[in-house]
Ligand binder design. Structure first.
Ligand code: HXC
Ligand code: NAP
Length: 294
C-alpha cells in the first residue's frame, strides 16, 4: 500500500459525469484519469483541442470509459454554457464540476500591466465562477443534486508576493467555495476545495520556476516531509471529495502540501538550519550557567 496507488474502491464513481476544466494537462489530467479508472464519464475542457484529444485518447485506451473533449475559454460565459450543454447531450446530466484550470506566472507586481493582472484573475476567478454559475443554475432548475470541487492554493489564505493576481483570484475562489457550501446546501449541492502544495507539472514549473530559478530553488526543500507531491495522492483526495464517501464534508478546504505552508508560517521553523553541534554547545553553556548559580 502506498500513496502512489489508487485508494478508492473500483466503480466508486460509476455513472458519475464529471466535468474537469484544464483536464488535458498536469493535475487536471491526473485527476481526470483516476476518475475514469473509477468508472466516471468525463468531460474535459481547455483552450487547446489537440491536447485534449491526445489526453482523451490516452484515458479511453487505459480505462475503456467514455471521455468527451471540447475546447473552451473559461473566461467566456457563452462558451462555458456550450460545454455544459454538450456534456448533458452526451451523458444526460452532470454530477460533478471540478474547477481546476488556472493561469499564473511569477513577477514583481509593479512590473505587471493591468492586462497581465486581468489575464490571471479572469482565468482563475471568472473562469471558476462562470462554470459554477452555469452548472449550479442548471442543477437547481432541474432539482438535481451536485458536487463542486475547486482547486486553490495554500496562499489563498496567506497571500503571496510575486504571484499577486493568482493570490487575489484563488482567495476569491476560496470565498466562493465556502459561501456556496452554505447557500446551495439546501439544493443538495456540496462545495469543497483542495489546496495543493508543490506538485511537479510542466505548466506550473515553467511559469513559476522559469529559466535558472528551477536550479536555484528546489521546492522540495521547503516541504517538511522532504518531497514534492505525487499526482496519485492528489487524485485520491479529489476522487474521495467528489464521491459520495465524503457526503458529510461541505465547505472544507483540504491542504495537501506535506506541511509546506506551516513551515513558512512558524516563526522559529528556520532554526532547523542550526546544526546539532550548536544545540550541544548552547546546552552545555546553559548547564554551566545553571551550575554556577547553584
Ligand atoms: C509578466 C506576463 C507574463 C509574465 C504574460 N504576461 N506572461 N506578464 N510576466 N510571465 C502578460 C502579457 O504581456 C499580456 O499583457 C498579458 O499578460 C496576457 O498575456 P497573453 O500571453 O496574451 O495571455 P494568454 O494567451 O491568455 O495566456 C495566459 C497566461 C499563460 C496565464 C499568460 O501563461 C497561460 O496560458 N497559462 C495557463 C497555464 C498556467 O499558467 N499554468 C500554471 C498554473 S500553476 P500585455 O500588457 O503585454 O498585453 C498555479 C500554481 C499555484 O496556479 C501554486 C503553486 C505552489
Ligand atoms: P497546468 O497543467 O498548466 O494546468 C492549467 C490548465 O488550465 C491547462 O490545462 C490549461 O489548458 C487550462 N487553462 C488555462 N487557461 C484557460 C482558459 N482560459 N480556459 C480554459 N482552460 C484554461 O498546471 P497544473 O499545475 O496542473 O495546475 C492545475 C491546478 O492546480 C491549477 O488550479 C493550479 O493553480 C493548481 N495548483 C497547482 C500546483 C502545482 O504545484 N502544480 C500547486 C497549487 C495549485 P489550455 O492551455 O489548453 O487552456
Amino acid at each position: 500500500m502506498s500513496y502512489k496507488e489508487g485508494m478508492l474502491l473500483p466503480d466508486a464513481l460509476k455513472e458519475q459525469t464529471i466535468v474537469v476544466t484544464g483536464g488535458g494537462t498536469g493535475l487536471g489530467k491526473s485527476m481526470a484519469a483516476y476518475f475514469s479508472e473509477l468508472g466516471a464519464n468525463l468531460v474535459i475542457t481547455s483552450r487547446r483541442i489537440e491536447i485534449l484529444e491526445e489526453t482523451a485518447k490516452e484515458i479511453i485506451e487505459s480505462t475503456g470509459n467514455p471521455v468527451h473533449c471540447t475546447a473552451c475559454d473559461i473566461r467566456n460565459y457563452e462558451q462555458v454554457e456550450r460545454v455544459m450543454n454538450e456534456a448533458k447531450e452526451e451523458f444526460g446530466k452532470i454530477d460533478v464540476l471540478l474547477n481546476n484550470a488556472a493561469g499564473n506566472f511569477v513577477s514583481p507586481t509593479e512590473r505587471l500591466s493591468h492586462r497581465a493582472f486581468d489575464t490571471v484573475v479572469d482565468i482563475v476567478l471568472r473562469g471558476s465562477y462562470n462554470f459554477t454559475l452555469a452548472v449550479g443554475k442548471n442543477w437547481i432548475e432541474n432539482k438535481q443534486s451536485g458536487n463542486i470541487l475547486n482547486i486553490v492554493t495554500t496562499y489563498a489564505w496567506t497571500g503571496s508576493g510575486y504571484v499577486v493576481p493568482s493570490a487575489c483570484a484563488k482567495s476569491g475562489v476560496l470565498a466562493m467555495t465556502k459561501s456556496l457550501a452554505v447557500e446551495w446546501a439546501k439544493y443538495g449541492i456540496r462545495s469543497n476545495a483542495i489546496a495543493p502544495g508543490p506538485f511537479p507539472t510542466e505548466g506550473a514549473w515553467s511559469r513559476l520556476l522559469p529559466g535558472s530559478l528551477e536550479k536555484k530553488y528546489d521546492p522540495a526543500k521547503s516541504v517538511p516531509v522532504g518531497r514534492v507531491g505525487s499526482h496519485q495522492e492528489l487524485a485520491n483526495l479529489a476522487a474521495y471529495l467528489v464521491s459520495d464517501y465524503s457526503a458529510y464534508i461541505n465547505g472544507e478546504v483540504v491542504t495537501i502540501d506535506g506541511g509546506e505552508w506551516l513551515h513558512g508560517a512558524g516563526s522559529f521553523n528556520r532554526l532547523e538550519a542550526i546544526p546539532e553541534e550548536l544545540w550541544d554547545a548552547m546546552e552545555t553553556a546553559r548547564s554551566k550557567k545553571k551550575g554556577s548559580k547553584a
